[in-house]
Design a protein around this ligand. Structure first.
Ligand code: 5GP
Ligand code: 5GP
Length: 220
């Protein structure tokens, strides 16, 4: 912890798809986690904002600062709604400290945002602002790409939908059978959208499984 690491080059805003993140119920909270909240949205939610190096890799756990929920209490309502955790229990972060998903994201990634992001309030506020400014779920809906357990979409159509809304290429990650797990947008240090790296992890056809409360994995 507190390792000296060189300054990052750009940011990745990682968004997760609830129908995929919560697909395997055993990985989600069995009792009161958000995977069982009836109001869980059929929309991408925030995973984190990650400082990144141009030439592969990323810094992590850059300072000894720990998450302090008092600093972000004014953001709780939005954080709970748009940055939920789909896992139960505490997450180990830098130096094996245990904390919430938010604490993990801040300590692992957020502490590496210097000189652009210097305080935890900034980290969470900025991430929410980017999420609101670039509504990926809406961009896909515009192209009729919506949650479905039966439809498959051409991966190129998904890219095209994001490009046509935001004029930049996202990075998309997939799980088994081409379920989209994450969609990531990339930003320079002035928070202008830029193309993400072009490495591919998805097959030609992909899907956005629906989220099923307390149910078996979605059929895809
Ligand atoms: P996964 O293997 O699930 O894609 O990623 C596991 C963890 O590695 C993520 O939660 C994240 O902390 C980190 N990670 C994966 N890919 C990237 C990336 O491209 N940039 C950064 N900064 N972290 C990543
Ligand atoms: P990362 O290191 O990849 O940024 O974050 C992944 C860590 O956060 C894992 O230890 C994972 O168990 C935990 N975690 C808690 N809630 C979530 C969630 O909703 N999605 C993901 N991908 N990881 C979560």
């Amino acid at each position: 912890v507190g390792k000296e690491q060189r300054e990052f080059d750009y940011f990745v805003l990682a968004l997760q798809w609830p129908g995929s993140s919560c697909r395997n119920v055993s990985m989600c909270c069995p009792t009161n986690g958000c995977c069982h909240r009836a109001e869980l949205p059929a929309e991408f939610t925030i995973h984190g904002l990650w400082p990144q190096y141009q030439d592969k890799g990323w810094p992590s756990c850059c300072t000894n600062e720990t998450f302090n929920e008092n600093e972000v209490s004014s953001l709780f309502e939005d954080l709970e709604r748009y940055w939920p955790s789909y896992r139960c229990g505490l997450v180990s972060s830098c130096s094996n400290r245990k904390g919430s998903f938010w604490a993990h994201q801040y300590e692992k990634h957020g502490t590496c945002g210097s000189p652009v992001i210097l305080h935890q309030y900034d980290y969470f506020f900025t991430t929410l602002a980017l999420f609101f400014n670039y509504n990926v779920t809406e961009a896909l809906e515009e192209a009729d790409i919506i949650a479905s357990d039966t439809k498959k979409y051409g991966i190129e159509d998904v890219f095209r939908a994001v490009r046509s809304a935001f004029k930049a290429n996202p990075k998309i990650t997939c799980g088994k059978k081409g379920i989209i797990k994450e969609l990531r947008l990339c930003f320079d240090k002035e928070f202008q959208l830029i193309d993400c790296d072009a490495t591919k992890s998805c097959p030609k056809f992909v899907s956005l499984p629906e989220f099923h409360e307390l149910s078996k994995p979605a059929m895809v």
